[in-house]
Ligand binder design. Structure first.
Ligand code: M6R
Length: 616
C-alpha cells in the first residue's frame, strides 16, 4: 500500500522535483494520508513532508520547489502510526544523511527498534519503516558502501518491503530493493532512471521498464541499472521490456474525451476491455481449463470485488462441466482449510496480484500441501504471478480508481472463457452450443456500449436512493455476484450502509428491517431463479419496501411489481442470459459512481481505502 516514485537523471534543466511530484500523484490511489519528498542537494538531504493529499501539500509549489538533483517521494496509507508529520515518509537516520521511503510492513520492527535504540539511535516516528535508515546507518558506519549497507539491512528485516534509499554523499546513485511489495524501474537509457510502485506512474516519461523481483536490490544511476541478488550478492541481468499500455491509462482521458474521475473513464473502457479479453490465446485457456479438470479438489479464493468475480466464475465453471469449486475468502483460507488433500488446486483472483491475504492463501496451499495454483491477475509480473503454475492475465489494463470495476468485468469474462473451454474439453456441450455461448459473451461488450450511451437513466435511478441510510441488495444464483458487487461499491465510494443477501435468505432475518420506503435493489437475471425471486420481491413489497430492480430489457413481470427498473438490453436467449453476469453488475457499479459524484464525494480515492491491500 503506499506509493513510491523516484527519479535520477543526467539531463540538465529538468524540473526534477516537479516530475517526481507528478509521478507520485499518479500513485496516489495507493494511499493518500500523507506525502513527502527527499532530494540530494549539494551534500545534504532536503526533506519536505506533511499529512494530507499531495495537491494540498504542494499548494504554492512547496514540493515542486524542493532543491536538489535527484530524489524520491512517497504517498502513504497509514499502518503503523497515525497520518501525522512524523510518520510521513521519507524517514532519515540519525545523521540526516540517509533518506528512505518504504512500501510494505516490517514484522520484526519492534525487536529491531529496541536493539537500535539501545545502541543510541533516536527514533522520530511510530513507523516500522524507520528501523531501515538506522540499520543502514550502522552498516555504513562499519565501512560498507550504500548498496552493501542496504543489502545487509534488508537481511535483518522480516516482512515485506519496496524501498528506495538516497544518501547525501552519493551524488550519482540511489538504491532500491524489494520483497513482496511491488517496485518497478523505468529507464531512458543513458539519461534518466525512474523507480515506482507501478508502471503507469512513469508511463508519460518512458515505456522501457524493468521489474525488480523479490529479494533483489538495484543501484540506479542516470539511465543505468545494476541488479543484484540480496542473498548471494551476485549481479544479474536486467530484463528490459517495452510497456504496451496506452499512455491514456495514467490520465483521465479516453478517446480524446476528458473525464472528471478515473472511475467514470474506467467504466467507459469496459466494452473494449471485454473485447480484448475475448481474444486471449487458446493455449492459455487450454492449460488453465485442463488443470481444473485434472484436479481432485478445487478451491477459489480472493478478496473484495475480486472475490465477487470469483463467485460468478465458480458458478460458470461448475455449470459448464467443471468440478464443484469451493469459494473461500483469502483472509479466511488458512483457518477454513486446515488440511488439503493431494492433487488440490487453488484458483486465485486478483486485480493487483499483490493482496497480502491472497498471497498468503496461495503460498499456504502451495508450500504446505503442494496445491497447484491457477491465477487470474491484472498486473503482469505481480507477486501472485510468481506463485502460480498457470496465469491468465486480464486485459483491464491499469485500473487507477481505488474501487475496482473494469478488473471485475474482465475477471468474469476470463473465467467465463475458461468455463466454455472446460465445456469443450469435457465434451458436455456440443461445439455449436459452445460457440453460441461464446458469441453471447462477446455480445456483452455491445450491451455495455448501449448502457453507457444511456447511462443518464442509471444516474436518475441512483439519485432516488442517494440519500438512503441503508439499502439491501438481493439476488439468487449468478445474480448474487452482481448484487454483492453493487452493495460493496455503494459502501466504499458513496458511504451508504448496504447489505447483500441471497434473496432466499432475506426472510430469515433481514426482512425485520423493512418498513415503508426501505430501498431494496433486486438483481433479476431472467434465468431459472427468476420466478423464485419474484416471490422474494413480493415479500419485500408487501412490507412497504421500495423496489429497484435490474431486469432484462424485455422483462414485464418484475417490472410490474417494481418502483423503478434499470433495463439491460440483452437478447432473449438462454446463451445471453447465461452470460449476463457482467452487464448486470456494470449498471450497479455505474449507479454507485453517479451516487458518489452526486454527493460531492471523490469516487477515485474513497476514505480509508487503498488500491492494493498489502497488509494481512
Ligand atoms: O487487487 P485485488 O483484486 O486482489 O484486491 C482485492 C480487494 O482489495 C479489492 O477488490 C477491494 O475490495 C476494492 N476496494 C474493491 O473495489
Amino acid at each position: 500500500m503506499c506509493g513510491i516514485f523516484g527519479l535520477i537523471t543526467k539531463e540538465k534543466d529538468l524540473p526534477v522535483a516537479r516530475l517526481i511530484r507528478e509521478g507520485l500523484e499518479r500513485l496516489e490511489y495507493r494511499g493518500y494520508d500523507s506525502a513527502g519528498i527527499a532530494m540530494v542537494n549539494k551534500g545534504h538531504i532536503e526533506v519536505r513532508k506533511k499529512a494530507g493529499r499531495i495537491a494540498d501539500i504542494n499548494k504554492d509549489g512547496w514540493l515542486d520547489s524542493t532543491p536538489g538533483t535527484f530524489g524520491v517521494a512517497h504517498t502513504r496509507w497509514a499502518t503503523h502510526g497515525k497520518p501525522v508529520y512524523n510518520n510521513a515518509h521519507p524517514h532519515v537516520d540519525c545523521t540526516g544523511k540517509i533518506a528512505l521511503v518504504h512500501n510494505g510492513i516490517i514484522e520484526n520492527y519492534q525487536d529491531l527498534r529496541k536493539e537500535l535504540a539501545m545502541r543510541g539511535h533516536a527514533f522520530q516516528s511510530d513507523t516500522d519503516t524507520e528501523v531501515f535508515p538506522h540499520l543502514i546507518e550502522e552498516f555504513m558506519g562499519k565501512g560498507f558502501d550504500l548498496k552493501d549497507s542496504v543489502m545487509e539491512a534488508v537481511k535483518r528485516c522480516k516482512g515485506a518491503y519496496g524501498i528506495v534509499v538516497i544518501h547525501a554523499d552519493n551524488p550519482d546513485y540511489m538504491v532500491v530493493a524489494r520483497k513482496e511489495s511491488p517496485l518497478v524501474i523505468g529507464i531512458i537509457p543513458g539519461k534518466t532512471t525512474f523507480c515506482a510502485s507501478d508502471i503507469p506512474a512513469f508511463l508519460p516519461l518512458t515505456r522501457e521498464a524493468i521489474v525488480l523481483d523479490d529479494n533483489e536490490i538495484a543501484v540506479l544511476r542516470p539511465g543505468e541499472v545494476e541488479i543484484y541478488r540480496v542473498k548471494s550478492g551476485e549481479r544479474i541481468q536486467n530484463n528490459h521490456f517495452q510497456v504496451n499500455y496506452s499512455i491514456d491509462a495514467a490520465q483521465k482521458v479516453l478517446d480524446g474525451k476528458a473525464y472528471k474521475w478515473f472511475m467514470h473513464k474506467e467504466l467507459h473502457e469496459v466494452p473494449r476491455k471485454i473485447r480484448d479479453q475475448m481474444s486471449m490465446t487458446q493455449d492459455r485457456l487450454d492449460s488453465f481449463a485442463q488443470a481444473i479438470l485434472d484436479a481432485d479438489h478445487v478451491f477459489i479464493t480472493a478478496a473484495g470485488t475480486a472475490f465477487y468475480a470469483a463467485l460468478a466464475g465458480k458458478f460458470q465453471m461448475t455449470r459448464f462441466g467443471g468440478p464443484y469449486i469451493q469459494a473461500i475468502l483469502c483472509s479466511e483460507f488458512i483457518d477454513a482449510v486446515p488440511e488439503m488433500k493431494p492433487n488440490s488446486l487453488v484458483i486465485a483472483v486478483s486485480q493487483s496480484g499483490e493482496t497480502a491475504d491472497t498471497i498468503e492463501a496461495v503460498r499456504y496451499a502451495r508450500e504446505k500441501f503442494g496445491a497447484k495454483i491457477c491465477s487470474i491477475v491484472n498486473v503482469v509480473g505481480s507477486s501472485l504471478t510468481r506463485y502460480s503454475d498457470e496465469v491468465i492475465i486480464t486485459t483491464a489494463g491499469p485500473e487507477i480508481a481505488v474501487a475496482s470495476q473494469k478488473a471485475y468485468c474482465t475477471q468474469i469474462t476470463a473465467m467465463s472463457l475458461v468455463a466454455l473451454r472446460i465445456a469443450e474439453l469435457s465434451h458436455k456441450y456440443d461445439p455449436a452450443q459452445i460457440e453460441a455461448f461464446r458469441k453471447a459473451l462477446l455480445d456483452t461488450a455491445d450491451v455495455i456500449d448501449h448502457l453507457i450511451i444511456e447511462e443518464g437513466k442509471i444516474r436518475e435511478i441512483g439519485l432516488k436512493i442517494a440519500h438512503a441510510d441503508n439499502i439491501y441488495f438481493l439476488a439468487r444464483g449468478l445474480g448474487q455476484a452482481a448484487s454483492l458487487e453493487g452493495a460493496l461499491k455503494l459502501k466504499e465510494i458513496a458511504y451508504i450502509h448496504t447489505e447483500a443477501y441471497a434473496a432466499g435468505e432475506s426472510k430469515h432475518g433481514p426482512i425485520a428491517l423493512i418498513e415503508e420506503g426501505f430501498p431494496i435493489v433486486f438483481v433479476a437475471i431472467p434465468d431459472q431463479t427468476y420466478d423464485r425471486l419474484i416471490g422474494n420481491i413480493m415479500e419485500m413489497k408487501s412490507r412497504g419496501g421500495m423496489i429497484i430492480s435490474v431486469v432484462a430489457d424485455y422483462d414485464s413481470k418484475v417490472t410490474e411489481i417494481s418502483d423503478y427498473t434499470i433495463r439491460i438490453p440483452i437478447a432473449n436467449s438462454p446463451e445471453a442470459i447465461a452470460m449476463a453476469a457482467v452487464p448486470f453488475a456494470f449498471v450497479l457499479q455505474t449507479m454507485a459512481y453517479f451516487i458518489a459524484d452526486s454527493k460531492g464525494l471523490d469516487p477515485d480515492k474513497p476514505r480509508n481505502l487503498a488500491k492494493s491491500v498489502t497488509v494481512k
